[in-house]
Ligand binder design. Structure first.
Ligand code: SF4
Length: 360
C-alpha cells in the first residue's frame, strides 16, 4: 500500500524548511512517532521516498495525519522532542530505540523497594541515579549493596508480608529463597522483618547513593575484620572485593555529581531568522528559555529570571526523575559533541555582571 498522496501534498504545501518537531498520528489521533529536524519540510518529505522495508515506510503507512510545530533552533528541537517522547511514549519511538551501553540505578517505588540496574529511564516512578557505564559491573555492585543491607533482589511479583502486618495474611509463609537463611536478605517475603526495618535499609541505600552515608562500607569493613579474625580468609576476601566495588561506585557517584554540577550556565544560541534564545541550564536541566534580550526592559526581565533560576534550591543532582535523567543525558551529549558551543555559555554571575548590561 502506498502512503497517502494527500499527506505528501499537505506537507509540500504547508511545511517550511526550518527547525521544528513533528508528530505522526494514527487513525485515532494517537501519537505514533515524534521526530525533530532542523529542516522540517525536507525531513517530512524524505519519509515518502523511503525504501520498502525501511522503518520510515511502515511508519508512513500507519500515519493518518502529520502535525508539526516550529522552534527557534536545533537545541530547542532536541529538548522538546525528548520531553514529548517521555510524555506520550509513541510506539515507533519506543520500539526502535537503540540499545544503550550505560545503565541507571533505580530504587523502585514498590512496597518493599529494590535497588536495580536499569538500561533505560522507566515510565513509572522510583528514584534514579546515574547514568553509569559498564551495566554488568553495575548489576554486580548493586547485588553487593543489596546483600550488605539486606534488601531483596527477587522478582517484583514476589508477595510481600511484613512482620508487623501479618494479621492481614492467612499465614506467615516461608522465605522464597536461600538469602533469608544466609542472612543476606531481611526477607520481607516471609514476615521476618517489619515495614520500618526494611524502609530503614532502603533509606541507607539511598543516602549511600546520594553520597551522605558510608554505612554500607563501614558494615563491610567490620564484617571483613570479623571474618579474618576467625580465620575465614576466603569469606574475608569476598567481602574485600565487595567493599572495593562499592567504593568504586561511590567514587563514580562523586564524579557524576561534579559533571552534572558543571552543567550550570546561561547558554545563548542564534535562532532561525534572528530568533536568538537564552537557555538557563542548571545541573543539566533546562530550567528556563527566553528570547535573547534586547533593550533595557528586556535585559532587566532576563536578569530577574536568571537570578530566580540560579537562586532557588535545586534537587540533589544524583537522585533523578526519569525525565530529569534523560534531559541531563541530552544536555551533556549536546555539549560533548559540540565543543564550540561552550564559547556561548556564561556562568550566571558572569552573565549578570558582564553580558546582561550590554546584551545583544
Ligand atoms: S528472601 Fe524473600 S524477599 Fe529476600 S530475595 Fe529471597 S525471595 Fe526475595
Amino acid at each position: 500500500m502506498m502512503p497517502q498522496p494527500s499527506l505528501r501534498a499537505y506537507v509540500r504545501q504547508h511545511a517550511e524548511d526550518r527547525p521544528g518537531i513533528y508528530r505522526m498520528l494514527g487513525p485515532g489521533e494517537e501519537v505514533l512517532y515524534v521526530g525533530k529536524s532542523v529542516r522540517v519540510r525536507s525531513r517530512l518529505l524524505s519519509y515518502f521516498r523511503a525504501e520498502e522495508h525501511h522503518k520510515a515506510t511502515s511508519l508512513i503507512r500507519d500515519t493518518h495525519a502529520i502535525a508539526w510545530e516550529y522552534v527557534p533552533n536545533e537545541f530547542s528541537a532536541l529538548v522538546r522532542e525528548m520531553r514529548l517522547i517521555k510524555r506520550w511514549r509513541p510506539r515507533y519511538n519506543v520500539e526502535h530505540k537503540r540499545k544503550r551501553s550505560f545503565a541507571f540505578i533505580r530504587i523502585t517505588g514498590e512496597t518493599a523497594p529494590r535497588v536495580l540496574a536499569v538500561s533505560r529511564t522507566p515510565a513509572e516512578g522510583g528514584v534514579l541515579f546515574g547514568p553509569f557505564p559498564r551495566p554488568r559491573l553495575l548489576t554486580l555492585t548493586l547485588r553487593d549493596l543489596a546483600h550488605v543491607l539486606g534488601l531483596r533482589d527477587c522478582h517484583g511479583k514476589v508477595p510481600i508480608r511484613f512482620g508487623d502486618q501479618l494479621e492481614f495474611f492467612q499465614e506467615r509463609g516461608l522465605p522464597r529463597c536461600l538469602r533469608a537463611d544466609t542472612g543476606s536478605c531481611l526477607a520481607p517475603c516471609s514476615g521476618r522483618c517489619s515495614f520500618g526495618d526494611y524502609a530503614q535499609s532502603v533509606e541507607t541505600a539511598r543516602r549511600f547513593l546520594e553520597g551522605t552515608s558510608r554505612e554500607p562500607l563501614q558494615l563491610l569493613e567490620t564484617r571483613m575484620r570479623e571474618a579474618a579474625g576467625v580465620l575465614e580468609f576466603e569469606h574475608a576476601a569476598m567481602l574485600r572485593d565487595r567493599l572495593r566495588r562499592l567504593e568504586a561506585l561511590q567514587r563514580e557517584l562523586v564524579a557524576f555529581r561534579g559533571r552534572v554540577e558543571s552543567l550550570s550556565f546561561v547558554y545563548r544560541i542564534r535562532g532561525f531568522k534572528g530568533d536568538d534564545r537564552l537557555y538557563l541550564i542548571r545541573r543539566g536541566l533546562v530550567r528556563g528559555e527566553m528570547p535573547s534580550p534586547r533593550g533595557r526592559a528586556g535585559r532587566e526581565r532576563a536578569a530577574r529570571k536568571v537570578q530566580e533560576v540560579f537562586a532557588e534550591a535545586a534537587p540533589d543532582p544524583t537522585a533523578l526523575t526519569p525525565e530529569g535523567a534523560s534531559e541531563i543525558l541530552l544536555v551533556a551529549r549536546w555539549f560533548r559533541l559540540r565543543e564550540g558551543e561552550m564559547s556561548r555559555v556564561f556562568g550566571p554571575e558572569e552573565w549578570l555582571r558582564t553580558v546582561a548590561p550590554a546584551s545583544v
